[in-house]
Design a binder for this molecule. Structure first.
Ligand SMILES: [Zn+2]
Length: 377
């Protein structure tokens, strides 16, 4: 009896600590109502224009366009208001063969599907409005709160549901010191051309939200001031977010939660399982590139070209959903966790610049094991 009550008190304190860390959210679903007429082909052109203008003028769309038109993105992945507006007009005029921009070609299937399935888009929007609080509460519960690499979040996080103008899904951004997560309702059933018959999978959606929330709550002391540090930080942040949010395996098939499924849409899971096999061979070129970029800052164009051609980031050109930075990060982190232990793993998550140092420790360990003589029987 006494033991049970001590246990209850401990549990109460633990849950209160957790509650104090919980981020608060401000949800924005109005873009779903404002944007729905984009997909309604029964409207007159003048009605379409009014609706599109209202959608494009929404303050959250300005934040989206700022992110998508950033010069830090490869040119073929940049989207601004004009490009997107032209894209929608071409769709309405049934001129999709005039859509030449690679990023617009990439989002074309999402929008075509939306126009052919207005009632489904509406139903998914209604589902979001009913369920989003539950999805986010579940995602918050699943963050690795026990880790000392998580920071308590005091400022509210804005969650924006929309029909995404650039087709990332979902994504985080920061604007004037405020954190945002944007969630594309057109892709709740899966990305690209995948089969969209089934309703949104809640477990997969939650996994994607855990991934994005992890980016906001990860407390990394590394504040990159060159491209090399940025590369290392990205590999740690994206690798860890994939491990905790999407429960992805490394090249040996090991995961953080071995008995639970991968939480990516099917097309991204297929890509991960195929591409992760080459991750071990990519670690060395990755660390070499990071070290070169730390010594000598590359020109912006050169950097973007290397990132795109080397498939380190996903672009319409290399046809990846996820860049190799994610996989190389997850591969190194899981191996370090397994062989150097939890402490080393946690240390990297709070000081991502230590990744190369821990990785060479692991390699030294392997070399010693190989060269040590076999004991006589
Ligand atoms: Zn991410």
């Amino acid at each position: 009896m006494q033991l049970a009550s001590i246990f209850l008190v401990v549990l109460f304190i633990a849950s209160n600590i957790h509650a104090a860390n919980n981020p608060t959210f401000i949800f924005h679903t109005d873009l779903l109502d404002i944007g729905l007429p984009i997909f309604d082909i029964s409207l007159k052109p003048s009605e379409h224009d009014v609706a599109l203008d209202k959608y494009l003028s929404h303050p959250m769309m300005q934040i989206a366009f700022t992110r998508y038109s950033s010069l830090s993105r490869p040119p073929e992945s940049r989207v601004d208001r004009k490009l997107y507006s032209d894209f929608i007009h071409k769709l309405w005029a049934d001129n999709e063969n005039q859509i030449a921009h690679p990023r617009m070609q990439y989002i074309l299937p999402h929008y075509k599907w939306g126009m052919m399935h207005l009632t489904t888009v509406k139903a998914d929007s209604e589902l979001v409005k009913k369920q989003f609080r539950i999805w986010f509460n579940t995602a918050v519960e699943q963050l690795p709160w026990q880790g000392n690499f998580i920071r308590a979040s005091t400022d509210p996080i804005h969650i924006v549901f929309l029909f995404d103008p650039g087709g990332s899904f979902p994504w985080v951004t920061e604007s004037s010191g405020v954190e945002y997560i944007f969630v594309d309702v057109l892709q709740l059933r899966g990305p690209g051309d995948t089969n969209r018959e089934s309703p949104p999978d809640i477990d997969i959606t939650t996994g994607l939200l855990v991934h994005e929330l992890f980016h906001i709550v990860q407390n990394d002391s590394n504040k990159p001031n060159n491209a090399g540090q940025w590369l290392i930080q990205s590999a740690v942040a994206e690798g860890a977010a994939c491990l905790y949010g999407n429960n992805v395996p490394d090249s040996r098939g090991q995961k953080i939660l071995p008995k639970k499924p991968i939480r990516f849409p099917q097309a991204i899971t297929d890509e991960w399982l195929r591409e992760i096999l080459s991750a071990p061979a990519q670690i060395k070129p990755f660390l070499t590139l990071a070290s070169e970029w730390s010594k000598k800052q590359p020109k912006d164009e050169e950097k973007l070209e290397m990132l795109t051609k080397g498939k380190w980031v996903a672009t319409p050109g290399n046809k990846l959903y996820i860049g190799n930075i994610y996989r190389v990060g997850a591969e190194m982190l899981l191996k370090i966790k397994g062989e150097l232990g939890e402490k080393a793993f946690a240390d990297i998550l709070s000081h991502s610049n230590k990744l190369p140092e821990y990785w060479s420790k692991l390699e030294d360990m392997h070399k010693q094991v190989k060269s040590s003589p076999v004991a006589a029987p």
